[in-house]
Write a protein that binds this ligand. Structure first.
Ligand SMILES: [Zn+2]
Ligand SMILES: [Zn+2]
Length: 577
């Protein structure tokens, strides 16, 4: 084959045509739309991608999903559901897997699954993971519009525990400011940035939105936990593309066990207090009886000051796994018998016959379940158990007058006691719920008084002056008395003024010693007078007889040992012993 034109002997030879069909790259059925910011914390969500893809094909994203994507997998039945669970598309369940694989095939892309949480699926629980309705940050929409960027919905907005925009720290919007309706994640008219009901622009220049903002003022929400949560979730999202083969329950459990060993010296209960998570949840995570909820993971990260990857990734630590087994062996037997769910009902019925009646809390924990879960499934049985428990508790409690008396006395006590202290005095061993419910006003008054006392600022100069004044006082006051006058506990005063406190105490002790000596002298004096009277009457000088004679002149005999000592001494003097 030659190319070009050549002239030879007056004859023109034209170039030969290559008639082989060229090799076309494979055609995709759907437009190969590029997902936004994959591998970052602001990665687009699959529902947002579907909305944009639908717009490219001038069709409804919902129809695109049902007819093109799910129908080919025999999943078209989803269209029959009136409430299509679109939020699951962004999640970790089968539907997300199916949708992304089919879409990847149809668009010839290989990065669509990173717009879902599929890579977390092995470890993170689907429970309370994703929102069912759309939320958005109006400022983000507006920023993208003015920067000429593509408007989209980040995956992070779809995550339930995220309530604030991670970029602007403002609460995410839940309702269209114009029509006040909540927006579905995916429906016929979904386009990121617009209300799918009234087609209003949802960015920050929306007039209704601006009006709301000025009306509400600069909305400040509780952002304390949000910053940390956003950080943890962001880290997970940005690492998602590289995570697939790495996340495993074993690694997480090993890391958790390692933390418990390090932070709480192997004590699960202590660790639970430290991280503010129910100890039962920790135990079940350790045996992988339950999947890890994202909220729990974020809480662990925030309290342990760790990144989620520290807790999730395998650090090649067999040692930690061994530690976990040690931990479980050493732990109370609770964890060894998490009762299978089918047996729970039977156990509840047995608990109704137990004596003394156990509390619902105890029953649930002994089976290894979170009490509210059991209550939700067996409300009637639980009600019976609770009633039985309270009926028994009621008989154990002091009578009403005693309770009211103790609470009223506490209102006059100085320094004010805490409510829990009053409960303990009444013999209450639990949280005192019964008292709260039945004596609410008194309980509140006691608690309020204690709180005011606790929060009272301490004037150190004034305290010092009063303590110094007490040094000149006669008779010397006891240290307890001084503390009472200052309205603080003895330990507190001692901590603030260690030297002055020591002087006050020793002064008082010295005074008491002198007082005791005086008293002993007077006692001996009276006893010396009493013994001859008794011998004159021909009676033996027994302790009781002497006491009876001495009492009228010395009504405050003091401690019994003091009297006995004085009597022994007098008898020894007179040779009566
Ligand atoms: Zn924002
Ligand atoms: Zn609207």
């Amino acid at each position: 084959m030659t190319t070009g034109i050549s002239v030879h002997d007056g004859r023109v030879t034209y170039r030969l045509w290559d008639t082989h069909a060229p090799e076309f790259p494979a055609r995709s059925r759907l437009f190969k739309l590029e997902p936004i910011k994959v591998g970052t914390a602001e990665v687009e969500s699959l529902t947002s991608y579907l909305s944009r893809l639908g717009a490219e094909h001038c069709t409804s994203p919902r129809r695109l999903l049902l007819n093109e994507v799910l129908a080919s997998e025999g999943k078209a039945t989803y269209s029959n559901a009136t409430l299509f669970a679109a939020h699951r598309l962004n999640g970790i369940q089968e539907i997300a897997d199916i949708a992304t694989s089919v879409l990847e095939r149809l668009t010839l892309r290989d990065d669509l699954r990173h717009m879902t949480l599929l890579n977390w699926g092995t470890v993170i629980s689907a429970s309370q993971l994703l929102r069912r309705k759309k939320v958005w940050c109006a400022i983000c929409y507006e920023d993208w519009l003015s920067d000429g960027q593509v408007i989209y919905d980040p995956l992070v907005w779809a995550i339930e525990i995220i309530t604030n925009c991670p970029r602007h720290d403002k609460r995410l919007c839940e309702r269209c400011p114009e029509c006040m309706r909540q927006l579905p994640l995916l429906d016929r008219h979904s386009i990121p940035g617009y209300c799918s009901w009234c087609q209003t622009w949802l960015g920050a220049t929306n007039k209704a939105y601006l009006k709301q903002r000025t009306f509400k003022g600069n909305e400040q929400t509780d952002v304390s936990g949000q910053a940390h949560i956003a950080l943890s979730v962001g880290e997970l999202l940005s690492c998602s593309p590289n995570m697939k083969s790495i996340l495993s329950p074993e690694s997480f459990v090993a890391n958790l066990a390692d933390s418990i060993a390090k932070k709480a010296s192997h004590n699960i209960n202590f660790f639970a207090d430290l991280v503010g998570i129910w100890s039962g949840t920790i135990r079940r995570l350790l045996v992988w009886q339950t999947k890890l909820r994202l909220e729990v993971l974020c809480k662990l990260c925030s309290r342990l000051n760790a990144s989620p990857l520290d807790l999730l990734l395998d650090r090649g630590n067999d040692e930690a796994l061994r530690k976990r087994h040690l931990l479980l062996e050493r732990d109370i037997p609770l964890v060894k018998e998490i009762v299978p769910w089918e047996e729970v009902k039977g156990r509840l019925q047995l608990a109704l016959k137990e004596s003394p009646p156990p509390s619902m809390e105890a029953v649930a924990r002994h089976m290894g379940y979170y009490p509210p879960k059991i209550k939700k499934h067996y409300p009637k049985l639980c009600k019976q158990i609770i009633n039985r428990y309270w009926e028994n508790q009621k008989n154990k409690r002091p009578p009403q007058e005693t309770i009211i008396g103790a609470l009223k006395a506490a209102l006059k006590e100085e320094p004010p006691p805490s409510l829990q202290r009053v409960f303990r005095r009444l013999g209450c061993k639990d949280t005192g719920y019964y008292y709260y419910v039945n004596y609410v006003d008194l309980c509140f008054a006691v608690a309020k008084r204690y709180k005011a006392y606790r929060n009272k600022p301490f004037n150190k100069g004034k305290g010092q002056r009063r303590l110094k004044a007490a040094l000149d006082e006669e008779p010397p006051p006891s240290f307890s008395e001084i503390a009472r006058r200052l309205g603080h506990k003895r330990e507190f005063v001692r901590r603030k003024f260690p030297e002055l406190s020591t002087i006050i105490t020793s002064r008082y002790l010295h005074y008491m010693k002198v007082l005791r000596k005086e008293k002993a002298d007077r006692l001996r004096h009276e006893i010396r007078k009493a013994i001859p009277q008794l011998s004159a009457a021909g009676l033996n000088a027994s302790e009781a007889r002497v006491k009876a004679l001495v009492k009228p002149t010395l009504p405050n005999l003091g401690r019994d040992s003091l009297f006995k000592q004085a009597l022994r001494e007098v008898k020894a003097e007179s040779g009566l012993a």
